[in-house]
Write a protein that binds this ligand. Sequence first.
Ligand code: 13P
Length: 287
Amino acid sequence: MLVSAKEMLTKAKAGKYAVGQFNINNLEWTKAILITAQEQNSPVILGVSEGAGKYMCGFKTVADMVKAMIEDLGITVPVALHLDHGSYEGAKKCIAAGFSSVMFDGSHYPIEENIEKTKELVGICDELGLSLEAEVGSIGGEEDGVVGAGECADPNECKMIADLGVTMLAAGIGNIHGKYPENWAGLSFDTLDAIQQLTGDMPLVLHGGTGIPAEMIKKAISLGVSKINVNTECQLSFADATRKYIEEGKDLQGKGFDPRKLLAPGFEAIKATVKEKMELFGSVGKA
Ligand code: 13P
């Protein structure tokens, strides 16, 4: 069932667990995540970066594929199709293409401009019943060309953006996209705590879910994080499983070169990663 992310995140915030956002890249990725969500009876958010949208031919192809897949696979758990780190124009395109949720990442604008653009999108999303994620402070590292310095969010600015009526708020708290460096200082729980105190019921979003130790994830959830984004970790497990298949020479045995066989270990690896995250985030059985 394709739905906005609002209800699933309100429930997650109240129930002190988090819903995973898993980014998709192609049909196999999408199918693996949807089937796992159904098996685990968990709500799920499919994330699509602007780069991934372009790769998959465009947002309309993505939206139509996801809707058809939900129907053909008989997926009954709540699924949100969400633009990840969208530009202002990208958010509007996804809304037109049939996404049920968008992120407008205005964190690189001065706060006044971030507020102005976010406010306009709140109006549009409210009217259409879509959920909207906004961002304050930046996520470090790089994801599909979106680069962030990684500065921690100002809690007062978070409050200003939360008060505009967004559905969920991503705040930089020392998190980074991609693998974490050896000398990473960890998440700033003081910042998270201050943001949560000021924003109350607002579901908070933790980006850069790959490689954050389980204890930190649990603490972040206890401090109001209700949505956690995971991208790189599925890419790593897919690549590892595919490499193993080829290194073992399986593509050279019989019809092992058939793409349906060649991509099967990577598909299973994504399923295992998504299941592990759903268990850690506490969303299993919460559909
Ligand atoms: P990772 O690639 O570090 O898991 O981050 C995902 C993310 O935050 C998507 O916006």
